[in-house]
Design a protein around this ligand. Structure first.
Ligand SMILES: NC(=O)c1ccc[n+]([C@@H]2O[C@H](COP(=O)([O-])OP(=O)(O)OC[C@H]3O[C@@H](n4cnc5c(N)ncnc54)[C@H](OP(=O)(O)O)[C@@H]3O)[C@@H](O)[C@H]2O)c1
Length: 327
């Protein structure tokens, strides 16, 4: 099968190439999927570039990638079942995540990371959901009960942000969306009550009024976040900017969170997306009811996955970037 692989770390345009590789075989509790669409996110860029360097110590491969095929999100059709799989049958249309690469004509995924694709979505739309949608879901859960509370979301028009705005609004939150120029109309259409264009105003424009700040942009200094937060508010740190410098790069912000929380009553907490069927089922329900709709910026064919990652690394996608594998 054709797959987009990198056998060494480096810039996407130098190390990613389309290759013929063996079709994967599903193991116990795994499903073989004919991939129709995948998606790009900063995590894929990190696995291609090995930036920040700390990722080499996280089990993805010290000197070179442990698994050569890139991509985590996928949507497609079940074409094979490993032993023990009872939740799916051949022919089911599914979406979810995999850990051995989805930028390929076929992928294997643990059945516990998959759900049936909502009929309302195309394969491309469904592939946009899993990583960013589940991270946004965990973040809004971590926000406690958003009902009637003010939530600021930085990077509101990006991959995680566009889901988080919709989920926060659906949970009754009053959302301040922080984004760059050109995204105000989008975030308002997703339900944001207020918009701050960070190129014209700072995020503390309205004073310390936010009960929760979900920080996906990962580039505003902590003292500034504090000034936009109520005295007992919480900052949820989803990321630190995929290209932040240093050995730990963007992970630094999340690792500093417990220490920073020691000073005063404001809390700083890292949030992580968790891949699980129950999360996808919850997102599917919201998608079916029309409460949640993925936002897609651009689609790239499989052979242009390096261009997709280069575009993503500019840092300003509007929603998600999708890789189409089958038209
Ligand atoms: N914790 C987890 O489990 C998890 C999972 C997935 C991703 N992440 C991390 O979360 C972060 C966000 O991921 P994502 O997929 O949402 O990324 P994304 O789609 O690339 O979005 C990044 C956002 O950052 C904003 N941004 C860029 N420069 C900015 C600046 N100078 N000031 C303010 N905002 C700026 C952009 O907004 P504009 O376009 O409006 O400028 C964009 O919306 C990344 O660091 C990623 O690695 C964490």
């Amino acid at each position: 099968m054709k797959a987009m692989i990198n056998q060494r770390y480096g810039e996407p345009s130098s190390v990613l190439r389309l290759a013929d590789v063996p079709r994967p075989v599903p193991g116990r509790d795994e499903v073989l999927i004919e991939v129709h669409a995948a998606a790009a996110d900063p995590g894929v860029w990190i696995l291609v570039t090995a930036r920040p360097p700390a990722m080499r110590l996280m089990g993805f491969g010290l000197r070179r990638p442990k698994h050569p095929v890139r991509g985590r999100d996928l949507a497609g059709v079940v074409v094979g079942l490993g032993p023990g799989v009872t939740r799916f049958a051949v022919g089911d249309e599914v979406y979810g995540t995999c850990d051995r690469g989805s930028f390929a004509e076929y992928a294997v995924a643990p059945s516990k990371w998959l759900a049936r694709k909502p009929d309302r979505l195309s394969f491309a739309e469904a592939a946009a959901v899993p990583v960013s949608g589940q991270t946004a879901l965990e973040a809004i859960r971590a926000a406690g009960s958003p009902d009637g509370r003010r939530i600021m979301i930085t990077g509101a028009g990006g991959g995680i942000g566009a889901f988080a705005v919709q989920l926060a609004v659906a949970a009754g939150g009053s959302v301040t969306a922080v984004c760059g120029p050109g995204k105000a109309e989008l975030v308002r259409s997703l339900g944001a009550d207020r918009v701050i264009d960070y190129t014209r105003e700072e995020i503390d424009r309205d004073g310390p009024v936010h009960d929760v700040i979900l920080d996906t942009a990962g580039c505003r200094p902590f003292p500034l976040l504090r000034r936009a937060l109520t005295p007992t508010g919480t900052v949820l740190l989803a990321g630190g900017g995929h290209d932040a410098p240093g050995f730990l790069g963007g992970f630094t912000r999340q690792m500093r969170a417990p220490l920073v929380s020691l000073a005063g009553r404001q809390r700083f907490r890292p949030v992580a997306g968790r891949e699980r069927a129950a999360n996808l089922e919850e997102l599917s329900g919201l998608i079916r009811s029309g409460t949640l709709t993925p936002v897609i910026d651009r689609t790239f064919p499989l052979a242009a996955a390096a261009d997709a990652l280069a575009y993503l690394s500019e840092g300003h996608p509007t929603g998600k970037i999708v890789i189409t594998v089958r038209e």
